[in-house]
Design a protein around this ligand. Structure first.
Ligand code: MOS
Length: 737
């Protein structure tokens, strides 16, 4: 399947992803694949009840299994200093106090870790563990619980509700989204190895190695630099790798206990309850406009579920405060504690759920007013100023995304009256939805190591979770230094490399690109300093005048005042040339607000006999500033849109209301969109540089691809059928009801 449309010829081999060969040949190692001498295996046994406490655990049968080295429980464990007491547990903000409590908060909570010489022996022994519980009544029912939870303010109120109570056009409706699970291909895994009493080596699946360092430093009260974390290849994340989860701590505790390296790999079902998920959410939107189609006010309320041991608020109403202008605006939120594990950030966290309600409500209002929903949006977009901060947007081309996308999908074909277009037993409809995300940037560092043969290696702790960050780093290095791409190696995801924030929140490339530009400049400067030994002209040479080639340094034009690397290395007695640089956000953040956006257009076919919804066409146009490399950038958008199709039509992680267990918690039981459910996603970019965000001009693209895409689909279904379906996922039974 072709994933995006481009008029350019297919990229040459050298343009492919830097990690492609390592990934497809298997030479690139994921966390669980590292070979560590003397490693043993940890397997979790989990709670069979959803609420209460552990009365007793019978380990006698498990201990008789051949090869079992030890079994960790809350009664038999190495004490983790950061979990020594209630106060410490709060302070370390780890979340679940695994093996440091007898309380049961959710079904599937780890109660023991069997450590054995083989995975098979550990798995068998874990199956023989019997526990008795003081069982309490569990509540996993979001729908019936949330009405009893009070809302509180989510941001400053603007104007008043009364001011628009008599508006010419008002819609008010409730929207529901079920919990969704990340399900990256690579299961979460950790190999933990204490190389000394206070020195820890980890091979771990995550989205930020420096974050993992900090978390374990807090837990074990050791300096972060004593902890080495390697996450060189990451098989997807979608947000599940932004936290350190209980299984990682379990492996570290086990390694301490048995004084051997311990590997813990979650099973696929365990992935559903032990690495976070997008919470279930309820929303209510009340939206008003005057007769000219100007929005006069909005009330947006949201509630999402959380666990009984931790509060996670998704930030669902945030999007309502950034895309459009409202004179009167009120946002409220609440969290609803249930006997489930803690949810977490999942692609487009908060905004993705919020945009579903907001963008559907706008569609509902346009229908009521009998105006084109595209026109209604265009009248109200806040394209010059960020409504929340009052600062001018550095760049915001969301209106251009609307225009370009409308032309691509041929929006003119859409009929204002629902149910007008038919094709046999299929009804055809068009819908749109807007996604926006704050374009963030964090501090980041990168290093370059250069060899005598002109090969350079760029190193940073930043991970690449499949986003193409490594490839983009190679592209930026190539354009900044002039060094040929096949001479630029990229090494990522190790805590020994220059530190960065995590890859998350669409800040990966936006943050690291500045450091890469800076380190490229540092390399040129340093080579010029060395070249100065031979040629005076390099004294005070300006950066643009220092040119690098495969074999040496030139001044102003190629081969002018040439000094070969061989001579530089010889004259200066070098083995490698090493430079490091950092960069981060600065004053520009005081002056400007930053956002990325995407506008999604959808054409659906809805079968009036079976209720099946077919996504006929999906067009997504994004403003991500300058596009550093179109191929992985378009992959980001098309992949996210496929996630949006899943959200709109399939994904729902339900829990059994009596037993508290997750239903269908494997890849057969949990339906998400695959290639067969998606058409060719037609992706286009505005591709205009943001001059203020960072030296590369690129804004983040990870999240905006999913935000607003489910609304586009729901709105298209309404346009096809006249049925307003406000509860995701929109399955055939709901279409036919
Ligand atoms: Mo994303 S939810 O920031 O990995």
């Amino acid at each position: 399947m072709r994933l995006f449309n481009t008029k350019k010829p297919v990229a040459a081999r050298a343009e492919g992803r830097v990690e492609a060969v390592a990934k497809v040949t298997g030479s690139g190692k994921y966390a669980a694949e590292y070979e560590v001498k003397n490693v043993c295996y940890g397997v979790l046994a989990v709670s069979a009840v959803a609420a209460g406490s552990i009365k007793s655990i019978d380990l006698s049968k498990a201990k008789q299994v051949e090869g079992v080295l030890d079994i960790i429980t809350h009664e038999h464990k190495p004490l983790v200093p950061g979990m020594a007491d209630e106060a410490k547990i709060k302070e370390t903000r780890f979340g679940l106090p695994i093996f440091h409590t007898d309380k049961i908060y959710f079904r599937g909570q780890p109660i023991a870790l069997v450590i054995a010489d083989t995975l098979e022996n550990a798995t068998y022994a874990a199956s023989l563990i019997d526990a008795e519980y003081n069982t309490e009544k569990a509540n996993v029912d979001f729908e019936s619980t949330h009405p009893g939870v009070k809302l509180s303010s989510a941001g400053k109120e603007k104007g008043t509700l009364d001011a628009w109570s008599g508006a010419a056009h008002i819609v008010e409706a409730e929207y529901n989204v079920q919990a969704e699970v990340h399900n990256p291909m690579e299961m979460h895994a950790t190999i933990a190895h204490w190389t000394a009493d206070d020195k820890l080596v980890l091979y771990d699946k995550n989205q930020g190695v420096n974050n993992v360092q900090r978390v374990f430093a807090r837990l074990f009260n050791i300096p972060p630099q004593n902890i080495e974390v390697s996450s060189e290849f990451v098989g997807g994340g979608f947000g599940s790798g932004l936290r350190v989860w209980p299984h990682a701590l379990a492996s570290v505790m086990a390694a301490k206990q048995v004084k051997r390296p311990v590997k813990v790999v979650l099973t696929r079902p365990q992935m559903f309850s032990l690495t976070g998920y997008r919470p279930a959410a309820w929303q209510k939107v009340k939206l008003g406009a005057d007769n000219n189609g100007k929005f006069v006010g909005i009330l947006h309320q949201s509630k999402n579920n959380t666990s009984k041991y931790e509060t996670f608020s998704e930030g669902i109403t945030r999007i309502t405060r950034m895309v459009y202008n409202f004179d009167n605006l009120k946002t409220e939120q609440a969290t609803v504690p249930l006997h489930l594990s803690t949810p977490t950030w999942m692609r487009g966290p908060g905004d993705c759920t919020g945009a579903f309600a907001l963008e559907c409500a706008i569609d509902e209002l346009s229908h009521k007013m009998q105006v084109d929903p595209l026109e209604l949006r265009m009248k109200n977009l806040a394209v010059t100023t960020d409504p929340e901060s009052g600062k001018p947007w550095s760049t915001n081309f969301v209106n251009e995304c609307v225009e370009k996308g409308a032309a691509m999908i041929n929006w003119k074909e859409r009929k204002q009256v629902p149910g007008t277009l038919t094709d046999g037993e299929w009804k055809i409809g068009y819908g749109m939805g807007i996604g926006m995300w704050g374009a963030g940037r964090g501090n980041a560092s990168a290093g370059i190591s250069m060899q005598k043969d002109g090969t350079i290696t760029v190193k940073t702790a930043m991970t690449d979770i499949g986003t193409g960050t490594g490839t983009a780093i190679q592209n930026i290095t190539h354009s900044s230094t002039g060094v040929a791409k096949n001479k630029i190696k990229i090494e990522l995801g190790h805590s020994d490399f220059p530190a960065t924030g995590s890859q998350g929140g669409s800040t990966g490339l936006s943050s690291i690109s500045g450091a890469v530009s800076a380190v490229c400049d540092a390399l040129k400067q340093k080579l010029a300093t060395y070249a100065l030994v031979q040629k005076e002209v390099y004294k005070n040479a300006a950066l643009p005048d220092i040119l690098l080639s495969e074999t040496g340094v030139s001044y102003k034009t190629n081969n002018n005042e040439f000094v070969s690397y061989a001579d530089i290395w010889k004259k200066n007695n070098l083995t490698t040339v090493d430079v490091e640089a950092s960069s981060g956000p600065g004053e520009e953040r005081q002056k400007y607000a930053f956002c990325s956006s995407a506008v999604h257009f959808c054409r659906v076919k809805v079968n009036i006999k079976t209720g099946k919804v077919k996504i006929d066409r999906m067009v997504s146009v994004a403003d991500g500033g300058r596009i550093v490399n179109e191929k992985p950038a378009a992959n980001q958008i098309s992949g996210a849109v496929v996630g949006g199709i899943g959200m709109a039509l399939m994904e729902e992680q339900l829990a059994d209301k009596n037993l508290g267990n997750l239903v269908g918690n494997d890849l057969a039981g949990y339906h998400f969109a695959v290639n067969a459910d998606a058409p060719v996603i037609e992706v286009a970019f505005i591709n205009k540089t943001d001059p203020n965000i960072n030296p590369s001009g690129a804004k983040g693209l990870g999240e905006v691809g999913i935000i607003g895409s489910a609304a586009a689909i729901a709105n298209a279904i309404f346009n096809a059928t006249g049925k307003r379906l406000r509860d995701l996922p929109i399955t055939p039974d709901k279409v036919l009801a």
